[in-house]
Structures are given as structure tokens and as C-alpha cells.
Design a protein around this ligand. Structure first.
Ligand code: TRP
Length: 429
């Protein structure tokens, strides 16, 4: 449940539809699905398995897999920690925008029109304040260890979110212009296929499944020995991809409805305009067209999305925090405040240099760091870790694994296919 909470978040509703809209729609969707099942799923099993075997923070877990190379494994763990902290620093900015769009209509209804306007208008001050509020929420959850409660909540709310999505998809498809968006999303035009598209789809798959930065390793370490790892990973991957797919059915048509109503979304060269913020300007416009129910639908939507983002952000903060607690013997309370504060500082630097830094940090972490560190995990599981030990670990929750199709394919697959596919990142620009 927690791993699903980590996976479902802004990556599904903001990252995936934006990438799909800028990369030819249906072709991106197809390559993305291929990447999730051919690459991300096997790696998710690998990361969860290392974590559960180690039953400790990521640095110690990695060292248990390769005890002869303690220093090297420490560095790999550190690289994951730095990457995940950078990811959280931009994630908190985007999640802050959700808070803004939630609060704006409420302020407006209360007569605070200029505050509502400020909350909805892109600007450094507004981005900073909203980011700090979101980070504060994340810190509070991780600090008090109420993550348990939040996860239970979020799994109960997940079906509500899905249902709301379905209702919104039906609504948007009744609007003029929507079918052009749906066509872009579902009818492939292979002229868009390019090496860059493949790399973007891979990065998006890694991002959406929270891979390559030790997040799933930490969550693996919290799993019980009776959990069936390949099955758990499959459930997480299916749920996450399902949510992304439905979000695409909503967002792409919504963009074209906005275009139909006079909003310019693509420039002359066909590139998506203001792609980072587009989703958040298209959705409130859609809620406005719904009349009085629009406000309720909008509030419900943003509340659910903020909870989904929170179950993701806590999984990120948990990585450096678990390392600091176990490796440096810090108290949870102290570790959370120091690390949370440090991430706020990085995030503030990005806020004040948004144009120069935001896109770069996103690409550097998701398209490079995640696949590269993920490749190191695959190499570890495939080449360093003894096959029998891997088998032993997976067998604990899946006694019949040895005779399964999974075990006939997966070990070789992680050993050869995954690293080769990920090498693409180095050669394709
Ligand atoms: N997967 C989450 C999403 O789709 C975000 C996330 C949580 C994440 N933990 C992560 C992304 C670790 C990269 C690395 O919103």
C-alpha cells in the first residue's frame, strides 16, 4: 500500500500527460507502456528485494549485498540520497502549486479576491510560500511517524480519485475540441518516434515508479518476509500505470478544449508552451466551465491530488532520514528537521532561479540519475549477488517461485537486458 502511495503522485497527473502531449501523444504512450513493463517492473522487483533482504537503511542494505565493497556501496547509497533530495526539492514546488489552486477558489468565495489572484499567479514569492507549506506538511508526517495512518487513508481515497477521474473524463469528452486531444493520445503517428522520446519515456517510467534512488529499497525493508515480491511489484506497477493512463485521457483532451476556447498551447514549431505549468492552468479553466459544481469538483480533485503528492514526498524524505537515523545515530526528530530544512534551501534556490534551474534539475535527476543508479542496482542483483541468495529471499514470500515463468526470465533479464537498455541514456541525447 505504501509503495503504491509512493508511486502514484504528480508523476501521473503532471509528468506523464505533459510528456505525452509534448512527445506526440500515442507514440509516447506506447513506448511508455513498454518501458514500464520491460524495464521498470523488473527493476522494481530488484529494488524491493535488496531492501527486504537488507532489512535496514539503503546504505547498509547495499553493503549486505556486496560486503567486500563497503566504501563503493556507501557512495552508491549517497548518490541515491542526493538524487532523491533534489527530486523532492522540485517536487515540493509543483506540489505547492496544487495547494495554490486548492486555496484560490476558497479565498475567492470568502471575498479575498487579490489573495486568490496571488495564489494562482506564477511568481517567486508565491512559489516559495506554497513550497514551504508543502514541505512543512511532509516534515510533519515523516516526523511523527503517522505515515501509517496516511497510507491507510490514501488507499481508501485512491478509488475516490479514480472515480473522480472517470467522471471528469466523461465530462471533458462532451466538450468541443476534446476529440482532437483524444485522437492525439490514442492514434499513433510514428513520425514522432525518436531516440529522445525513448529516453524521456524511460525517465518518466523511472520517475513514476519511484525507482533508482533507494525509495523502493527503503519501502522493501519495511515489507514482511511473507510478502510476495513479484506480485506486490506487479500490483504497484499496474495501479500506477492505470492512474497515469486515465490522467492522460483527461488532460490531453482538456488541453485541446482549452485550445478550442482560444488558449494557445503549442507554439508555431509545435512545441508545448509553458509545459511545466500547463496542466495547472488547463484544469482550473475546466472546473470553471462546469458551473457551480465545478468548485466542489475542483476542491475534491486538488485535495485528493495533494494527498497523493504527500504520500510520494514522504517516501522521498524517508530515504535520507532512514540513512541519517541508522548510519549517524540521529534521532528521527532531529534528522527530519535538518534534512527537511536543507531541502527547503535547495528548493528556494530553484524557486528564485526558476527558468535556469527547474528544467535542468528535473532532467538531470529523472532522465539521468535515476536510470544510471537504477542500472547499478540491476548490475548488483544480476552479477554480484549470488543467484541462490536472491532466490532464497524471493522464495520467502513466494515458495513456488523457482518453477515460475518469472524465475525463468527475470534473473537473466535483470543481468543483461536491463543494463543494456539503460546504457541508451549515455548514448542518446
Ligand atoms: N513516483 C512519484 C510520482 O509519480 C514520485 C516519487 C516518489 C519519486 N518517490 C520518488 C520519484 C523517488 C523519483 C524518485 O509522483
Amino acid at each position: 500500500m505504501a509503495a503504491a502511495g509512493s508511486a502514484v503522485g504528480l508523476g501521473n497527473i503532471w509528468g506523464f500527460p505533459t510528456q505525452a502531449a509534448s512527445n506526440g501523444g500515442a507514440v509516447f504512450l506506447m513506448v511508455y507502456l513498454l518501458m514500464v513493463f520491460a524495464l521498470a517492473y523488473p527493476l522494481l522487483v530488484a529494488e524491493l528485494t535488496i531492501g527486504r533482504y537488507g532489512n535496514a537503511d539503503p546504505i547498509t542494505s547495499l553493503r549486505k549485498v556486496w560486503p567486500q565493497q563497503k566504501a563503493l556501496m556507501g557512495l552508491v547509497g549517497l548518490a541515491g540520497m542526493i538524487a532523491v533530495s533534489l527530486i523532492l526539492s522540485f517536487y515540493a514546488i509543483v506540489a505547492g502549486w496544487l495547494l495554490g489552486y486548492l486555496l484560490a477558489p476558497i479565498c475567492e468565495a470568502a471575498g479575498l479576491v487579490s489573495l486568490a489572484h496571488w495564489l494562482e499567479t506564477f511568481g517567486s514569492g508565491r512559489n516559495l510560500v506554497l513550497m514551504l507549506i508543502f514541505m512543512w506538511l511532509t516534515v510533519m508526517v515523516v516526523r511523527s511517524g503517522v505515515a501509517d495512518g496516511i497510507e491507510k487513508w490514501s488507499t481508501r481515497l485512491m478509488p475516490v480519485l479514480l472515480l473522480l477521474f472517470v467522471v471528469m473524463v466523461i465530462y471533458i469528452l462532451t466538450q468541443d475540441g476534446a476529440w482532437a486531444g483524444l485522437r492525439l493520445y490514442l492514434v499513433p503517428d510514428f513520425s514522432h518516434l525518436s531516440p529522445k522520446l525513448i529516453v524521456s519515456a524511460m525517465g518518466q517510467a523511472f520517475f513514476s515508479l519511484s525507482l533508482g534512488v533507494c525509495t523502493m529499497m527503503v519501502y522493501g525493508s519495511y515489507l514482511s518476509k511473507s510478502a510476495n515480491l513479484p506480485k506486490t511489484a506487479a500490483q504497484v506497477a499496474l495501479l500506477d500505470t492505470g492512474v497515469a493512463f486515465i490522467a492522460g485521457m483527461l488532460i490531453l483532451p482538456a488541453m485541446f478544449v482549452a485550445q478550442h476556447n482560444g488558449v494557445v498551447i503549442y507554439d508555431e514549431s509545435g512545441a508545448l508552451l509553458a509545459s511545466d505549468t500547463l496542466v495547472f492552468s488547463v484544469l482550473p479553466t475546466m472546473f470553471d466551465t462546469m458551473g457551480p459544481v465545478g468548485m466542489i469538483v475542483g476542491i475534491l480533485f486538488f485535495v485528493l491530488m495533494i494527498i497523493a503528492a504527500l504520500t510520494s514526498s514522504i517516501s522521498m524524505l524517508e530515504v535520507p532520514v532512514s540513512c541519517a537515523i541508522e548510519e549517524l545515530n540521529l534521532k528521527r526528530h532531529t534528522a527530519v528537521w535538518w534534512i527537511g530544512g536543507f531541502i527547503c534551501v535547495i528548493s528556494a534556490v530553484i524557486v528564485f532561479n526558476f527558468d535556469a534551474l527547474f528544467g535542468r534539475v528535473v532532467t538531470m535527476t529523472t532522465a539521468y540519475a535515476q536510470p544510471i543508479i537504477g542500472m547499478i542496482f540491476a548490475l548488483l542483483v544480476g552479477w554480484i549477488w549470488h543467484r541462490d541468495k536472491v532466490l532464497q529471499e524471493i522464495r520467502k514470500g513466494y515458495p513456488a517461485v523457482e518453477s515460475s515463468l518469472f524465475w525463468r526470465i527475470w534473473p537473466w533479464y535483470v543481468r543483461i537486458v536491463c543494463p543494456v537498455l539503460m546504457l541508451l541514456v549515455f548514448f542518446v541525447q
